[in-house]
Write a protein that binds this ligand. Structure first.
Ligand code: MRU
Length: 349
């Protein structure tokens, strides 16, 4: 295996992020020393992918705590709440963002002692969130491998967007399953949807696979049905940004169409995500807030404008795959059907 990929690193008293907007052409890292900078990095997708956003936001909370000058505990907690609000406003769909911020706020409130003691505990908590996510993804990889079809021996797996090391603390969720399958000798090839408009599949998933020598074929999003019709795909594995209590799963725009096509061709469709991506507070996917992004992502490919002026745009960044189309949801606790998901509520708390 090549060097592991860590999109968020705590080093020399600051956070180092891999700039995911520049891959694969340039591997550049960005130092982040303040909460506001972190909010901008999340919003502009320098760091992206639900669990990675959670890890980044947790460090953002610590960086913010460091910027608060008061030594009065109540005032400190009040100002920390303002930082939380700023970080929450970056991206609405990935629940891991809100989960990580809440965990940091709970830690601050429940840590007795001085402001300095709270700050120290916040750093330890951000580091723990990061370390836990790495272990969680490895478990998801192993459980996902066990849930994959037994035949053929070497599988062709299609994935959408990037749910890899870059989207997590390292290893990945959907790509974690792929990594585990590769290590176990059960992977023939990954088919990566390019994932318009931001091209995370083309730019990031293929980059990760190339780093590790995992065989990968890039297809445009409109080729998935054709590939399944030809029997080229044995399983689909995707990540998620938020999963409702009934198993409906929000993931990158285009995931829903892949799920429909998989159902039509009897190809098993797996959603791989940590339990922190499940939002038990909402009953169905209809309640999941869907981020809408800049129309330029649709009107342009790179810097090239692809349509006449006067056209209107719609740019939802995520869609919701109904539970009925999902074969299994793979978390760190194993693979369950969407109907069984409720049984995991409260685990890990
Ligand atoms: O807009 P992005 O790139 O943050 O969207 C990422 C995805 O949709 C991923 O599939 C999801 O966050 C899971 S990442 C393990």
């Amino acid at each position: 295996m090549n060097n592991p990929i860590y999109p968020v690193i705590w080093q020399d008293d600051r956070v180092i992020l891999i700039d995911q907007t520049l891959l694969p052409e340039n591997y550049t890292v960005v130092p982040i020393s303040g909460a506001k900078e972190m909010a901008v990095a999340i919003k502009t997708m320098i760091v992206r992918g639900a669990p990675a956003i959670g890890v980044a936001a947790a460090y953002g909370m610590y960086l913010g705590a460091r910027e608060i000058t008061t030594s009065d505990r109540e005032q400190f907690l009040k100002e920390l709440e303002t930082i939380a609000t700023m970080l929450r406003q970056t991206r609405p769909t990935a629940v891991n963002l809100f989960w990580a911020i809440s965990r940091m706020l709970d830690t601050a409130q429940n840590t007795p002692g001085s402001v300095a003691e709270i700050r120290d505990t916040l750093l330890i908590t951000a580091q723990a969130i990061q370390a836990d996510d790495l272990k969680t993804c490895q478990l998801i990889g192993d459980h996902g491998l066990a849930a994959l079809p037994m035949k053929p021996e070497k599988l062709n797996i299609l994935t959408h967007c990037n749910a890899g090391a870059l989207a997590t603390a390292g290893y990945g969720t959907a790509l974690g399953v792929v990594r585990s399958a590769w290590t176990a000798g059960r992977l023939a090839r990954v088919y990566a949807d390019e994932t318009r408009p931001r091209l995370q599949g083309a730019k990031l998933t293929t980059w990760e696979c190339v780093q590790e020598g995992i065989p990968v074929t890039l297809i445009t999003d409109n080729m998935a049905a054709h590939c399944m019709q030809r029997g080229m795909i044995d399983a689909v594995v995707v990540g998620a940004d938020r999963i409702a209590a009934n198993g409906d799963a929000a993931n990158k725009i285009g995931t829903y169409s892949v799920a429909l096509v998989a159902k039509a061709h009897n190809v098993p469709f797996f959603v791989a995500a940590p339990l922190s991506t499940v939002d038990f507070a909402i009953a169905t996917g209809a309640e999941i807030p869907i981020e809408e992004r800049d129309p330029q992502e649709v009107s342009q490919v790179g810097s090239t404008v692809i349509c006449p002026s006067g056209v209107e745009f719609y740019n939802p960044a995520f869609d919701v795959t109904p539970a009925a189309l999902i074969t299994a949801i793979v978390t760190e606790y194993g693979a369950v059907t969407p109907q069984e998901l409720k049984e995991l509520e409260g685990k890990g708390k």
